[in-house]
Structure formats: structure tokens, C-alpha cells
Write a new protein. Structure first.
Length: 339
């Protein structure tokens, strides 16, 4: 047998073993769940990111076990417990949308290991363009007009809980297709002074409009809320101990996860809200660890992911600190409100 044929046989064997291993893991997981399915009612059908009848919709990555897991699904925002419509479209690890533009961060299966890419979607979930990613997808956002999209990937590490990780955040203009590959190249001001350091990380963009945005900047063992400008390529810190910000629809508040002293190292966060007019922060009624970039359902309500039987569920809580957390959508992740 020639060397080339032996190599081909080896590669095929590796692929078959990997597939068998994946099936064994899935079977074991199903057995561990007692053979249960998620019990989430679903129906196949079209999912649109554009305007339509029926009022606002919540579009998200469905986590329900089965062939449709990781597809995009939709429910009426007013009735999130309704039967979800699952699209026969792309599978996404992270997703967000606004004004008919979607961003889907997805895995690309490989022979040895998966790769990743960012796919820009139109209102019908058709691919417009895609970009290869240098790491594991973790955050995605679209500006209110649908013009700008942003994504964050882990270059090293796979969790924000520790300190040994590196990220890269990119911003794409979907009109000109200009890509700013790394926001760490922006001119950074920390505590009022120009700042440069090799350990700067930027992640978790949230847009105010087609120029202004907010993001987390980390350096020197600290994290900050920073205000950014796309045109000027600038970042300016505003407030400390802020991660994964999310701007309210009225532009006056930022929801974020805050590291609270005394909590476990692997579960250090609580969900907070910062008033940008006064810089006063307040805790929400959610007392569990929230490792997510929260979503504003409206000007008074936040949604966020927590671990669940199918991986993650979406929960909601009032943004003003009142009330109590409530289960919003089972078996769901990475949501967007589509008007």
C-alpha cells in the first residue's frame, strides 16, 4: 500500500472514530437525562428578521434536543411560551438581529476540529457574506439600524471567569463592507489619560447608533465600561467593574454583569444596571450567577441566559431592582427582539 493510500485510510479512520465518539457522547447524555426530550412545542416554518404582522417577536437559538437544535426560532414577544417556529436555516452558536440584519456566529465542521465564521444574514435568513473567525464565538450584536454588526471571539481560553484569556472584537459596516478587525487597535483613554498596554482586551459591544457604542475594556486586572466611536476609532473608559454591557432602548442605562467580591471564582457575577446620566448602579433582583450579555426586552425588562436541562433557558427580571426573576423561554439562548 502506498504512503498516500495509508494516509487516506488513517484520515478516514480518524473521522469515523470521531463520529462514533460524538454519537456515544450524545447517547450517554440522553441516557443521563433519562431518555427525556425537552418537551418544548415546536413547528417548522419561516422565521423573518424583518417587519411583519403580529407584533414584536423574540428570535433566538433553540437549544431543544433534536434535529433542530441550534437553529433559529421565533415566538411572539407577548407570548414567549407559545409554540416556537423553527427555521430551516442556519445553525448558530451566537446570534443577534436588528432592522432586518442578522449576525450568526457558527461552527464549521472540520476533519480534526471545527472552525468558526461570522455570517451576515438578510431578513429571510439568507447569507449575505461570511467572514472566517480566529477563535471561539462568544458575543454578537447589531446596531439599531441594522448597518453595523459586531462580534467577539476567544483567541485563547473559553471563559470570562478567570484571567487567562484573550479576545478579539470586530465591527463590520454592512453598507461599505468595511471591517475593523480588532478594536484593541483603537486609541484608548483610561481614567482620562491616553493608555497603551499589551494586555488590553475588548469585548461585548452594544450599539447606540451607527457610530457610538459601548464595550468592556480589560487591562491591568480591571474591567471598565468604555464608550467608543467607530469613525474616530476611539475608546474611553467611563466606569469600573463592568462586563458585557447592554444598552437600553432609550439609551439611558446599561445592563451588565458585575464581579461581586466574596463570590466563587467560577461564578463571580451578578446582574446590575448603570444609569449613564448619574453613573449610579443598582442590582437587579436576580441573585444567581449571570454569565451572559443581557438583552433589553423593552425599557424596563431584561432577558438573560441561565443553565437549564437543555443547556440554557432564558429568564427575565425587571431592570429597576424590583420584582423577581421569571422563566421566559425554555431551551433558548442568544435572543434578539425583532420589531
Amino acid at each position: 500500500m502506498s504512503a498516500g493510500r495509508r494516509l487516506l485510510v488513517l484520515l478516514v479512520a480518524v473521522a469515523l472514530l470521531a463520529g462514533a465518539g460524538t454519537l456515544a457522547v450524545l447517547h450517554a447524555a440522553e441516557r443521563a437525562r433519562g431518555g427525556r426530550t425537552s418537551g418544548v412545542p415546536v413547528v417548522s416554518g419561516p422565521v423573518s428578521l424583518g417587519a411583519g404582522a403580529g407584533g414584536p417577536r423574540l428570535v433566538f437559538r433553540t437549544m431543544a434536543w433534536g434535529a433542530q437544535r441550534d437553529r433559529l426560532a421565533a415566538v411572539p414577544l407577548a407570548h414567549p411560551d407559545a409554540v416556537r417556529t423553527v427555521a430551516d436555516g442556519p445553525s448558530c452558536l451566537r446570534f443577534h438581529a436588528a432592522a432586518g440584519t442578522g449576525i450568526c456566529l457558527q461552527a464549521v465542521p472540520g476533519l480534526v476540529q471545527d472552525g468558526y465564521r461570522a455570517v451576515v444574514l438578510d431578513a429571510a435568513l439568507h447569507e449575505v457574506r461570511h467572514y472566517d473567525l480566529a477563535g471561539i464565538p462568544t458575543r454578537a450584536r447589531v446596531s439599531p439600524s441594522g448597518r453595523l454588526v459586531a462580534w467577539t471571539v476567544f483567541l485563547s481560553g473559553d471563559s470570562y471567569a478567570g484571567t487567562s484569556f484573550s479576545t478579539r472584537t470586530s465591527v463590520l459596516d454592512t453598507r461599505t463592507w468595511t471591517l475593523q478587525e480588532n478594536l484593541e487597535d483603537d486609541a484608548l483613554t483610561v481614567d482620562g489619560a491616553p493608555y497603551r498596554a499589551p494586555d488590553v482586551n475588548v469585548w461585548g459591544v452594544t450599539f447606540a447608533d451607527d457610530d457610538r457604542f459601548y464595550a468592556t475594556v480589560a487591562t491591568g486586572g480591571r474591567t471598565y465600561l468604555a464608550a467608543g466611536g467607530v469613525a474616530g476609532r476611539t475608546l474611553t473608559t467611563l466606569h469600573g467593574n463592568v462586563e458585557c454591557p447592554s444598552l437600553s432602548p432609550d439609551g439611558t442605562r446599561v445592563a451588565y454583569k458585575k464581579r461581586v467580591p466574596g463570590l466563587p471564582e467560577d461564578a463571580p457575577w451578578r446582574l446590575y444596571v448603570l444609569d449613564l446620566r448619574t453613573m449610579a448602579e443598582s442590582a437587579t433582583a436576580e441573585r444567581r450567577d449571570v454569565d451572559d450579555q443581557a438583552l433589553w426586552l423593552d425599557d424596563g425588562t431584561l432577558a438573560y441566559a441561565l443553565p437549564g436541562d437543555d443547556g440554557t433557558d432564558l429568564w427575565s427580571v425587571p431592570a429597576d431592582g424590583s420584582g423577581a426573576p421569571a422563566l421566559l423561554v425554555r431551551a433558548a439562548l442568544a435572543a434578539a427582539v425583532v420589531h
